[in-house]
Design a protein. Structure first.
Lengths: 110, 116
């Protein structure tokens, strides 16, 4: 099964950009890359998703490598409310599976 | 619009008992997904229901089962509870098969099951 690999933790400062990496070297051509985040004591919430092209929305940007073997979630100006566990997920269309990575625990320093 | 709701919020059982967890998807959503999140671990995919049918299941033993009702709500049953079943069980819904349109999953707040 295709899977994702993320750093266990990252730390950044408030109002600075944050780049959260994700490796998915066995991704196939039809697998979507999704990012969710989970704040303490809450269920995960959707952040962004993409297939091949870079994507932007009000929450974040998603940069996808040309070979699609990796991607980076970019928070342009981190706030304290962005402290959460960020999950990089592959939607594997062929096997109809959702594969969560380990997640990256993001700490934001004031 | 109401989000995904789960009940009960907390449930305490003893080893060997059965637990039933419930999930109501967002109105209009036909797909329901169940995940297990044990303490300190990531989300493990359990089950996916769509239009009343089980479409896929994760690598869990058969004592984890469930169903989806005609109103698209869903129930997760865990039989013969073991200590390691203690976890947060999360339900998510989507308006259609997420694999087709790469849509968004909407998660509930979860049901915390404690097995003593």
């Amino acid at each position: 099964d295709a899977k994702t690999t993320q750093p266990n933790s990252m730390e950044s400062n408030e109002e600075e950009p944050v780049h959260l990496p994700c490796n998915h070297s066995t991704i196939s051509g039809t697998d979507y890359i999704h990012w969710y985040r989970q704040l303490p004591s809450q269920g995960p919430e959707y952040v962004i998703h993409g297939l091949t092209s870079n994507v932007n929305n009000r929450m974040a940007s998603l940069a996808i490598a040309e070979d699609r073997k990796s991607s980076t979630l970019i928070l342009h100006r981190a706030t304290l409310r962005d402290a959460a566990v960020y999950y990089c997920i592959l939607l594997i269309q062929g096997a109809q599976k959702l594969v969560f990575g380990q997640g990256t625990r993001l700490t934001i320093n004031p | 619009e109401a989000g995904v709701t789960q009940s009960p919020t907390h449930l305490i059982k003893t080893r060997g008992q059965q637990a039933t967890l419930r999930c109501s998807p967002i109105s209009g959503h036909t797909s329901v997904y169940w995940y297990q999140q044990a303490l300190g671990l990531g989300l493990q995919f359990l089950l996916w229901y769509d239009e009343g049918e089980e479409r896929n299941r994760g690598n869990f033993p058969p004592r984890f089962s469930g169903r989806q009702f005609p109103n698209y709500s869903s129930e997760l049953n865990v039989n013969a509870l073991e200590l390691e079943d203690s976890a947060l069980y999360l339900c998510a819904s989507s308006p259609d098969r997420v694999y087709v349109g790469a849509g968004e999953l909407f998660f509930g707040e979860g049901s915390r099951l404690t097995v003593l």
